[in-house]
Ligand binder design. Sequence first.
Ligand code: COA
Length: 370
Amino acid sequence: MAVYAHITGWGMSIPEKILTNHDISQIVDTNDEWIRTRTGIEQRRIASNTQTTASLATEAALKALRMANLHPSKVDLIIVSTSSPEHIFPATACIVQDQIGAVNAGAFDLSAACTGFIYALNMAAQAIRSGSLQNVLVIGSETLSRIVNWEDRNTCILFGDGAGAFVIQASERPGGILSAVMRSDGSGGELLTLPGGGSKYPTTRESITNGMHYIHMNGREVFRFATRVMAQATEEVMESSHLRKEEIDLIIPHQANYRIIESAARNLKLPLNKFMINLSKYGNTSTASIPVATCEAIQEGRLKEGDNVIFVGFGAGLTWGSLAVNWTGPFETKPEVHVWNYSNWARTRSFVRRLRRRIEGMIWGRNGDG
Ligand code: COA
């Protein structure tokens, strides 16, 4: 019997703090009119001192699990797609695993920049269809405000913080994730990069002086690349999922720039109202932009069970991709799972495990042989 991968839960987490274009014009030489007309962005959200990529991811994940009515202990795998992980290692996904109490889950981060959520969804779907996993949590989370140079008007106007999460579940019922396209072109890597802090350019005084710990971007070239691949990837996934243009109910593109989405719509000969666009409120939240836009499309009644939706994105790497879905919604399950209560228990469990490790370390000493 064939197994299908369905999206059964979704959730988002957006910081409260709003930074408007006017606010940014107090920091760098720019203005609201320039940002609005070149990008469509009006404001973005900025994480507070207590919010991190993992904390936003955890909140989005718990909301998605709540929606799917799935107990965290039933999650088999957590994939966090991010370009602003908490650390090089451990993976941000492991921090989320601990916080939500997903005691039976594997966890890893996926680095494919703004295309990451599409890559991660496709990996989850493949694992489910192969029969090896039942329930996968896919999260896109970013705190880009921490890696943006607030003195560089070319980049700091574009980005924002946020997270979105989907629960993907196995079922014999046809539908769900239909097909995907994943592409890359490493020859364009230097067009959008955070060069420092890795093994090639470890953090030194010099790397910091040269601003290598910030995002660097060639905006014009990225723009040209994006307008080229968006329509192409959408058409490719329509073909591989055997969907005709008339059968597409909604396209949810990566929210980078209004003009890029306009150009994709023009190239596809589709009206702009077929596209979900919310970038004016959040800016470019990289890999979080597609799940956040999906949550809002559902809230606004623009995406319903049975609809055919296409996700399409592009980003650093260079990477781009698309994914076609026959939208499902939550499976009918009982009894109600108390995800939030359980996560409080998970935090206590985490504390106890840390404490036990410390006590054991003191008792057994350095050699572990007592
Ligand atoms: N405010 C005011 N002026 C600005 C500015 C800002 N924030 N940023 C750049 N400018 C200036 C430039 O210095 C340039 O001035 P010059 O002509 O005197 O040299 C002028 O505006 C035009 O710059 P340009 O880079 O050609 O603008 P653009 O129309 O290409 O728009 C972007 C710039 C960044 C908005 C656009 O290229 C873009 O969106 N690219 C894609 C970026 C992206 O999506 N990245 C994320 C990918 S996931």
